[in-house]
Design a binder for this molecule. Structure first.
Ligand SMILES: [Zn+2]
Length: 270
């Protein structure tokens, strides 16, 4: 797959200029194999990388600078960027702080991130919408030694399940994971199918409305991403690896060691 910056050089230059204006401490460049992402990772092949010092302007409290590395995927801007921390104040492998073992910042549940991402926002918009709240959360954590009362969703499997429970508007004790395959497929569920809630009823007499609502809010491809996330997390647990972040870190390592970043970052792209 040809990368986005090769296909659309004008977009690349526009992103470059916009980033320079909004975040003078960062720059978007095409980096070669071996470029240092952080102390755990180097690029395994050429990529466009936005790296440097991100200035978080917190109203009333000042400016906080953090070193980050932003990687737009090959199919950017269709899919959103991934972000690595490269800053001693952002400890790697600290799941409480939503930072995975390789330094990747866990910004949101994958399907949720994808649903909220607007391709026209650009890298600067991505930073403002997703990275800035993440860093503001980190600032609070540093100051208080605990999570702020606002902000991020739980991690990994629990985070995904919470998210779907909310969107479906069903009780937390429901068998939420059984609903996700009905959201993650292209064709809408049919009334005669058995409802995933376990009632034994046909969908038309049960949770069809909740499912249709969820399908209207979550693109099926995004749900597919969450579904594969779940199966990876569950798979890792069965292998005795309990680390909640293993899904995303596995995605990233396969990118960094990469055969093809697009297969991991843009899984489910049609
Ligand atoms: Zn039902």
């Amino acid at each position: 797959m040809t990368a986005w910056y090769q296909i659309n050089q004008r977009l690349f230059r526009r992103e470059q200029a916009a980033l320079e204006t909004a975040q003078p401490g960062m720059s978007l460049e095409i980096r070669e194999t071996g470029f240092r992402i952080n102390r755990e990772h180097r690029l395994k092949r050429e990529c466009a990388v936005a790296a440097g010092v991100y200035s978080l302007k917190a109203p009333g409290t000042g400016v906080y600078d953090y070193r980050i590395v932003v990687l737009p995927p090959d199919n950017y801007p269709a899919s959103p960027c991934i972000v690595f921390c490269d800053d001693p104040r952002l400890p790697m492998g600290n799941i409480d702080r939503h930072i995975l073992s390789d330094g990747q910042a866990c910004l949101a549940v994958p399907g949720d991130l994808r649903r909220r991402w607007k391709p026209e926002a650009g890298i600067v918009g991505f930073l403002e919408q997703f990275v800035s709240p993440f860093l503001a959360w980190q600032v609070y954590y540093d100051a208080h030694g605990c999570s702020p009362p606002w902000g991020q969703r739980a991690h990994g499997l629990r985070g995904i399940i919470e998210y779907y429970t909310e969107v479906l508007g069903i009780p937390a004790e429901s068998n939420v994971s059984a609903f996700i395959p009905f959201i993650a497929r292209k064709n809408p569920p049919q009334g005669h199918e058995t409802c995933p809630c376990g009632s034994g009823l046909r969908l038309r007499n049960c949770h069809i409305a909740e499912l249709s609502e969820a399908r209207s809010r979550i693109p099926w491809k995004a749900a597919q991403q969450d579904l594969s996330a779940i199966s990876q997390i569950v798979g890792n647990r069965n292998n005795g690896n309990e680390q909640p972040g293993s899904l995303a870190s596995r995605k990233v390592s396969s990118f960094a060691e990469s055969r093809s970043m697009s297969t991991t970052v843009a899984a489910g792209e049609g």
